[in-house]
Design a protein around this ligand. Structure first.
Ligand code: ATP
Ligand code: MG
Length: 403
């Protein structure tokens, strides 16, 4: 029986980045290997222009489903390797058409003869293979100008190769090729989306979450764990740092005037995140902020909150409307987790009238009466770290020795 024996993988934007090409391909190969961990017989052959996945018995549909999610791949094609004999080529071409994942009305054979000793011309091949398929597939027509499927038959030295169907993949850059960043992950809709988008550009991320027991429950912590686990599916691994924030929040309530507590809370979250970032050797911080969405996300707030660090803060959602963000959240499967009810450590302490235009001089003055440093250090020290690995989905290990 004929079976797809390999998959052709086309690189995404890697092609454009000439100088880094080699390291991108190496990184992509590593990520593909990771994504196909459950298929030990699959062999990955990474070439300069393309990658070939030799299935060695693995089902092409399952493998394609996994590969579609790997950033750095622009498109995929199942392919057949057949003997250089007309009957074998004909039969395989028909098999290809019969096993498409969509309906087609028109097609065209696009033969290529790399082996010049092959006794048939490309013209002969087009006619022989096309004619065979036309006779056996009802309703199918030839359209040489704009076919639904262009089936390529390439006769090379070792064999003939049949490809055609191009399946769109995730695009982006291979994760790990653009450095690493810390994602500030709340239980809301926005930050997981920000995480996905950042990973799409090749950045490896780790999550930082602030929680304030007993003001926030185990349930809301679980929600964040579930979100981080969802993010782990992208690259097979995720690290989540859970920071105890209760003491700092209590201190803020005591020391800072009501309408500035939100601003100081954000500034301190950023300082703690920056400490963890430094220890983890990441170079940026990612948030789910979108300009103007809430009081803490006005331009004035960002200016005042951002004062505490000069680490780059990436805000992939800055220019997006909520409806656009929700659409992505639904697509990546985080939306249903995010809308579960929970108490955010910030909403619990949110004042009735937070300043929408907080000023740097004011907040610095209010904060000058308290030494927050020891509290920051303590929060970092008491941070609990969870590692998710898709190798063993259920296994969640906590480690202290990461630091
Ligand atoms: P989200 O939907 O991501 O919660 P939001 O619209 O609710 O965002 P805010 O609550 O103002 O907006 O939070 C802005 C950003 O600050 C979040 O996207 C997230 O990156 C970060 N953040 C907020 N709360 C926490 C938290 N408890 N732990 C870690 N990061 C947080
Ligand atoms: Mg929120």
């Amino acid at each position: 029986m004929i079976k797809f024996d390999h998959i052709v993988v086309r690189y995404g934007e890697i092609t454009l980045k000439k100088r880094n090409r080699k390291s991108f391909i190496t990184q992509l190969k590593k990520n593909v290997k990771n994504a196909l961990m459950d298929y030990p017989n699959v062999r990955i052959e990474a070439q300069h222009e393309r990658m070939y996945i030799h299935l060695n018995g693995a089902g092409h549909e399952e493998v394609i489903d996994r590969l579609k999610k790997v950033y750095g791949i622009s498109s995929l094609s199942p392919a057949l390797k057949v003997e250089k004999e007309i009957p074998a080529i004909q039969e395989s071409a028909l098999f290809y058409i019969n096993h498409l994942s969509r309906d087609i009305a028109t097609f065209k054979i696009d033969a290529k003869r790399a082996d010049k000793t092959f006794p048939y011309s490309t013209y002969d091949l087009n006619g022989l293979v096309g004619g065979y398929c036309l006779q056996r597939k009802e309703g199918l027509k030839v359209d040489v100008h704009n076919p639904d499927l262009k089936l390529r038959v390439e006769v090379r030295k070792d064999a003939a190769y049949i490809t055609g169907e191009k399946i769109a993949a995730a695009g982006g850059l291979p994760i790990g090729s653009s450095g690493s960043a810390m994602l500030m992950l709340s239980g809301g809709i926005d930050s997981p989306v920000a995480g996905f988008l950042t990973m799409k550009r090749g950045v490896e991320i780790e999550c930082v979450h602030f929680y304030s027991p007993p003001f926030t429950s185990e349930r809301s912590k679980q929600k964040v764990i579930d979100l981080a686990e969802k993010l782990a599916e992208v690259n097979g691994r995720m690290v989540l740092h859970i920071v105890p924030f209760t003491e700092i929040q209590k201190l803020i309530q005591k020391q800072i005037p009501d309408n500035y507590t939100m601003t100081t809370t954000r500034r301190l979250m950023l300082r703690v995140t920056d400490e963890i970032r430094e220890q983890r050797k990441a170079l940026a911080i990612v948030t789910g902020e979108s300009l103007g969405q809430v009081a803490s996300q006005t331009m004035e707030s960002m200016y005042t909150i951002n004062e505490v660090t000069n680490t780059p803060i990436l805000r992939p959602l800055l220019a997006m409307d909520k409806t656009e963000i929700i659409e992505i959240a639904e697509r990546i499967g985080t939306h249903d987790i995010s809308i579960r009810p929970f108490e955010d450590c910030c909403t619990v302490f949110t004042p009735t009238n937070p300043k929408t235009k907080p000023r740097r001089e004011k907040v610095n003055h209010y904060e000058s009466f308290t030494d927050f440093d020891p509290y920051i250090q303590e929060a970092v020290e008491k941070t609990e770290t969870i590692i998710f690995s898709s190798k063993d989905k259920k296994k969640v290990e906590a480690t202290e020795d990461l630091f």
